[in-house]
Write a protein that binds this ligand. Structure first.
Ligand code: GLU
Length: 284
């Protein structure tokens, strides 16, 4: 079921560290795609994993975006939506689509099947379990990526029975993102490192009877070691001293032409970039 709402895009950082050059690419592309389609741009702080969070990071991320003239039309926090995730999980549990699992990463076979047969056992209430969704083996997910074109995933064979709630009781990213994006987002533009998550999120939206946004995946930025820049591996924080240079580098990564030399502020740069943004020009 596709969304039938005006364009609403989003950038959804986890507050696990400061923004870096790779996150700016995702922020800029989601902003430009929204503004080029006369849409609204929301920033959602994905703060549902306190053990991995860095104190103050959510607040700092917003300030750094604003220093780059990337002003959100609205700021949202996943930590405010626990009730939404609880209801979705309960609905799936009532329909017998969820089972408790004691497996560690090491005894889940490739493809997502528990080696210890958790789905046919009953664990006591006092046992530490994660909750997994049952994905029928024949489940295949197709979608038209806005940047990478047609995608097909044999979800039931490759990423079956993924986790909805972790052993520590925290909701998994897939459930939270699927619920929130279904709620008020029409377009998700994000890094290709999340391409594998999209079939899981589409599957959850479908079985929950929720609408799905359209998805587009961007090339990620790698460091000099060839690895993806990431907060967890300590990528250098973006400096707010050179916002225009940072935006130019992010735009170049996305395949935008070089900006005219008359542009001297981040706000002017963004106004010009909106007129230059074409999904087809994004490097793949
Ligand atoms: N918050 C997650 C991240 O920063 C997911 C973002 C998304 O779905 O765009 O990796």
């Amino acid at each position: 079921m596709a969304h039938d709402i005006p364009y609403v895009g989003r950038f959804a950082p986890s507050p696990t560290g400061p923004l870096h050059a790779g996150s700016l690419v995702a922020a800029l592309a989601s902003y430009l795609d929204a503004k080029a389609h006369s849409g609204r741009w929301l920033v959602r702080i994905d703060d549902i994993d306190p053990p991995r969070e860095m104190a103050g990071a959510g607040h700092d991320i917003i300030n750094v975006l604003i220093a780059h003239s990337l002003h959100p039309d609205r700021v949202d926090h996943q930590s405010h939506h626990g009730q939404r995730y609880t209801e979705a999980l309960e609905q799936l549990q009532e329909r017998g689509l969820v089972y408790a699992c004691k497996c560690t990463r090491n005894n889940v076979a490739p493809g997502g099947v528990c080696i210890s047969d958790c789905d046919s056992r009953a664990y006591g209430n006092d046992e530490q379990v994660s909750l997994r969704i049952r994905v029928p083996r024949e489940t295949t997910i197709h979608f038209d990526d806005l940047i990478l074109s047609r995608q097909r995933c044999l979800l039931g064979q490759q990423q079956a029975n993924f986790i909805l709630r972790r052993k520590d009781g925290l909701y998994a990213y897939q459930l939270a993102a699927a619920c929130d994006d279904a709620r008020d987002i029409s377009h998700v533009i994000r890094g290709v490192d999340l391409l594998e998550s999209t079939p899981q999120q589409l599957f959850l939206q479908e079985i929950l009877g929720l609408p799905s946004p359209q998805y587009g995946h961007l090339p990620i930025v790698c460091g000099s070691d060839g690895q993806k820049l990431s907060k967890q591996t300590g990528a250098t924080a973006l400096s707010t001293e050179s916002p225009l240079a940072n935006l130019c580098a992010a735009a170049h990564h996305l395949g935008l032409p070089q900006a005219p030399s008359s542009i001297s502020s981040p706000a002017d740069f963004l106004r010009w970039s909106v007129t230059q943004w074409h999904r087809e020009s994004v490097k793949r």
